[in-house]
Design a protein around this ligand. Structure first.
Ligand SMILES: [Fe+2]
Length: 381
């Protein structure tokens, strides 16, 4: 067993209706004025107003920034940071999926440390502590609420990681009521993102007994509930399990990192705007097929955790897991091929160089060359 260390920071509160605790969480931190970061969809369905009204009731000053797009850009961060500075904000509340949470982290960095977000691309480059972040996820999900990484697109459409312990949200409110209004397509894509997080964390070369136990719980919660949740988002038990599962998955990959699925999916989102969860779901079985050669027994455990089967009949083959993921993607209505999204061989010259820049390849259980990356994309087409 390799040496490892383990620590959990931040406060996570789970419960139906826990959004109502937001004013108390802000007051407990003596914040004078907060920036409420969200997106146009959540504004349209009234969730931003609902959160704002909760703050107004307790006379907590706030200003909203709801311009966050899917696959958010450095320009969006710059606009958010200007609002942060001009309004003397001293804390951030983010309400949304991965994009608003990542933008909140990036705005906190630039708003507190100056410059532009590109200056902090990479790991451990944030100098001063940033404004406290309170995260309220509205998908299940990104896991970004419990990680120290934000992913922001630069002017070359490259999705830069910004990693620093300083951007970990210090308080998280997990309210399953907030995900009961998701469209089924978003529930499917974000649910597969969460499952990918758990499985990539579990298979990572950096996996430890701590990340494993958290990943196993995430895989079983998501495996048992993703179909039920996509079928009916108002199923509060399934919604609760998915939200908790996605947070566990986020904790697992915060500890042990991810792998080839995420390394290859970011360029698909950066260059072609493919939603993050859709890109991951599509690449997931292809990468599992490739990584099977490196399997030392975890594939069977994953298969049993997802399917709920107590034991396999002694003839488990990694292909059974690959087929199970393909079946799951099909049943919940996700695209099976990149070609269905108009992405074909001609796109390799854009995709491959960016995937090769990802440090996530280093944690993938099977060593991966540029030729392998090309072949994986081709296999997904
Ligand atoms: Fe992800």
């Amino acid at each position: 067993m390799k040496p490892f260390s383990f620590s959990v920071k931040g406060e996570v509160n789970f419960g139906a209706g826990s959004l109502n605790e937001l004013p108390a969480k802000i007051s407990a931190r003596n914040l004078k004025k907060v920036l409420l970061v969200s997106d146009p969809y959540l504004e349209k369905i009234g969730l931003v107003k609902k959160a704002g009204d909760l703050l107004a009731e307790k006379e907590i000053a706030y200003i909203t920034f709801t311009e966050v797009e899917a696959n958010p850009s450095a320009e969006t961060v710059a606009r958010g940071a200007s609002i942060f500075v001009e309004n003397n904000v001293d804390g951030i509340v983010c309400l949304g999926g991965g994009s608003p949470i990542d933008v909140a982290k990036a705005v906190a960095v630039v708003g507190t440390n100056g410059g532009k977000i590109e200056d902090y691309a990479g790991f451990n480059r944030v100098g001063k502590p940033v404004a406290p972040i309170i995260a309220v996820p509205t998908t299940a999900g990104t896991g970004s609420e419990v990680t120290s990484v934000a992913v922001i697109k630069n002017s070359d459409n490259f999705k830069m990681p910004i990693g620093s312990d300083k951007i970990l949200p210090e308080c998280v409110l997990l309210d399953p009521l907030l995900i009961t209004t998701l469209p089924s397509s978003v529930a499917a894509a974000t649910g597969m993102d969460a499952l990918t997080h758990a499985v990539e964390a579990y298979l990572s070369l950096e996996a430890t007994p701590f990340s494993d136990i958290i990943a196993e719980k995430a895989i079983s919660l998501i495996g048992a509930n993703i179909r039920l949740f996509v079928a009916n988002r108002t199923n509060l038990e399934a919604a609760s399990a998915m939200l908790l599962g996605s947070t566990f998955a986020g904790m697992a990959f915060a500890l042990s990192r991810l792998g080839n699925v995420h390394a290859l999916s970011h360029p698909l989102s950066g260059h072609f705007g493919v939603p993050h969860g859709v890109a991951n779901a599509l690449l997931f079985p292809v990468v599992l097929e490739f990584n099977a050669l490196a399997d030392s027994g975890k594939y069977e455990k994953i298969y049993r955790l997802i399917t709920g089967e107590k034991a396999c009949p002694g003839n488990f083959q990694p292909k059974m897991l690959v087929d199970e993921i393909r079946r799951l993607n099909a049943e919940i209505g996700l695209p099976q091929k990149l070609s269905a999204l108009g992405i074909t061989e001609g796109s390799l010259s854009l995709l491959v160089p960016d995937a090769m820049k990802s440090n996530l390849l280093l944690y993938n259980p099977r060593q991966t060359t540029q030729k392998d990356v090309e072949q994986l994309y081709l296999n997904a087409m």
